[in-house]
Write a protein that binds this ligand. Structure first.
Ligand SMILES: Nc1ncnc2c1ncn2[C@@H]1O[C@H](COP(=O)(O)OP(=O)(O)OP(=O)(O)O)[C@@H](O)[C@H]1O
Ligand SMILES: [Mg+2]
Length: 534
């Protein structure tokens, strides 16, 4: 039975509709972000409530409010003189055959407005049991229990972003979506896991110390862990499948471009790096690092400014402290990147764990080196496919997950680094990004406007709110929805992979979820196992 909420009384396509809330409706059950339908003659308009307002027919009434004992008066006023209006933002309309289309017309005066039903939600957002495995349940609308699904196929067609301030549940939601992509085999994932939260298990905030399962634990045969710090991975009760070892020859000058801010490097220092590379090619870093006592002569030999070379040397020397850089070996040698490509080709997802190397320096450096190489492999693969046009040559879609994305995609870095390239070239080479960030205002505007699907949790800073709403029509109505999100586990979903924008309570990442993913070892067993280890 549909529950009526009110009737349309005014409004416009651009500003949204004003409805008068039915006097018998429990006012406090109606919240911004609620999902409702307006039933017109030919179309049903699906909308979100964006604002609520108290109204009165005559201002004098407000001068003489009924006392708590004057129940009759109060009820009478409610029937005619005092009322509530809600502003609705129409997002999508369905015709009688249930074909969705953008909203181009308006419902008539007094059209009835209902709470959306389970059937509506399934009709609009798809059904998880669909054969195509393209729909994945990521939560439910506020005050409703029906799953809202994201279209995983569309998700992998563009780069996407998950934004929200700290503790809102971004990492949990990212893990949830990645689990969906892995289970339904819609993309291979490469995850830069700075805080070791994706692989084996992750800490869950709460009164009690508890852990949730990571992706490797959920899908042991579909995920590999590449670790920079195998000892740390072992301490957390697992074993890295591959230890990452890199050589200085694998570091290109481009890889240190995004470190410019972090290392406080002047552009002249970067220019000197290019000068070294022009002469020594791949060995540029190794050569530079051996010039400790000889920097002046070295600078002269490559016609660089001695001070720039000295500054570059001082900063880049930090690299020598990273134990996973080893000297170049001669002869046949499979690089870590080659190994990664082998896994990707077999459809196996890769988590790169940083263990105790949690400095931004390491994170940026490693993510740049690996992504640049993998991307270039993908360019080659795509070109091969375009040449042969054989189905078996078609590369698998790859999605790269990065946390703290503003560090890679700030306006300066986005112009020069591989992450900017990937975000801008869209999915031309089958590679896309899943960026996770607390500070979207730090990301280059152009990149943000290229983002296909945005998943936005609570944000307090006005600049951040403005940044996520860049390039969205009628952003002002979504702004009020954003402002009213809970501080945890509530997000606004909008963009390419969603039929219409919607606010959801995110799916619980728990035992029931593991079961749905086909994994049945209980968290209790995992916790006991971990306790035994310590
Ligand atoms: N879907 C969920 N299921 C269960 N618990 C959740 C979920 N989302 C969030 N939580 C709870 O909220 C806490 C914070 O979530 P999370 O670590 O994902 O935040 P975050 O946005 O990534 O924060 P930060 O920006 O600091 O990394 C988790 O430890 C967990 O207790
Ligand atoms: Mg997080």
């Amino acid at each position: 039975m549909k529950k009526i909420l009110g009737n349309v009384v005014s409004g416009s396509l651009t500003d949204g509709f004003i409805i008068r809330i039915h006097p018998n409706t429990h006012l406090e059950d109606i919240k911004t972000g609620k999902f409702v339908s307006i039933v017109g003659k030919q179309y049903t308009f699906f909308s979100l409530i964006t604002d609520l307002k108290l109204e009165v027919t005559h201002p004098d009434i407000l001068l003489f409010p009924p006392t708590p004992h004057e129940k009759l008066l109060s009820n009478l006023l409610k029937q005619r003189d005092i009322y509530v209006t809600a502003t609705l933002k129409p997002m999508l309309m369905l015709n009688k055959e249930n074909t969705p289309s953008p909203v181009k017309t308006i419902p008539p005066h007094f059209a009835h407005v209902y709470e959306a039903t389970q059937k509506d939600v399934a009709l609009i957002f798809g059904d998880e049991s669909d054969q195509s495995k393209r729909y994945f349940n990521i939560g439910h609308p506020l005050d409703m229990n029906t799953p809202v699904c994201i279209n995983l196929e569309k998700l992998t067609e563009r780069s996407n972003g998950i934004f929200g301030k700290t503790g809102t549940g971004k990492t949990f939601l990212t893990r949830l979506i990645l689990a969906g992509l892995i289970k339904n085999e819609k993309a291979v994932n490469l995850i830069f896991d700075m805080h070791s939260e994706y692989g084996l298990q992750a800490r869950k905030e709460g009164n009690q110390q508890s852990f949730v399962k990571g992706l490797k634990t959920l899908f042991p045969s579909r995920v590999t862990i590449f670790s920079l710090d195998p000892a740390s991975t072992r301490r957390r009760g697992g074993c890295a499948d591959v230890d990452i070892i890199l050589t200085y020859q694998e570091v290109h000058v481009e890889d240190i471009l995004s470190l410019q801010d972090e290392l406080n490097l002047h552009t002249t220092a970067i220019e000197s790096a290019y000068l070294i590379a022009a002469q020594y090619k791949k060995d540029w870093l190794q050569v530079l690092l051996t010039q400790g006592d000889n920097l002046k002569d070295f600078a002269q030999s490559i016609r660089a400014h001695p001070e720039s070379i000295a500054a570059l040397y001082r900063q880049i020397k930090r690299i020598e402290r990273l134990p996973f850089f080893k000297p170049k070996t001669t002869g046949a040698y499979t690089t870590v990147i080659d190994q990664m490509m082998e896994y990707i080709d077999k459809d196996i997802n890769i988590i790169i764990e940083f263990g105790n190397f949690t400095s931004t320096f390491t994170y940026l450096l490693i993510a740049n080196i690996i992504t640049r190489r993998i991307h270039s492999e993908y360019v080659t693969k795509t070109e091969k496919f375009l040449g042969s046009q054989k189905k078996e040559d078609e590369p698998k879609k790859l999605m790269i997950t990065i946390e703290e994305a503003h560090k890679f995609l700030n306006p300066q870095a986005a112009r020069q680094t591989i992450f900017g390239v990937i975000a801008r070239e869209m999915r031309k080479y089958y590679v896309s990004l899943l960026v996770v960030d607390q500070r979207p205002s730090g990301i280059d505007q152009e990149i943000i406007s290229q983002i296909g699907t945005k998943i936005v949790a609570q944000l307090n800073d006005e600049k951040d709110i403005q940044a996520v709403l860049t390039g969205i029509n009628n952003a002002s109505s979504l702004r009020s929805i954003l402002a009213s999100l809970d501080s945890k586990k509530q997000v606004l979903l909008l963009g390419h992979a969603m039929t219409m924008p919607v606010v959801i309570q995110t799916r619980e990442y728990d035992e029931k979820f593991y079961h749905a993913m086909g994994n049945t070892v209980t968290t209790k067993q995992i916790n006991e196992f971990i306790e035994e280890l310590f």
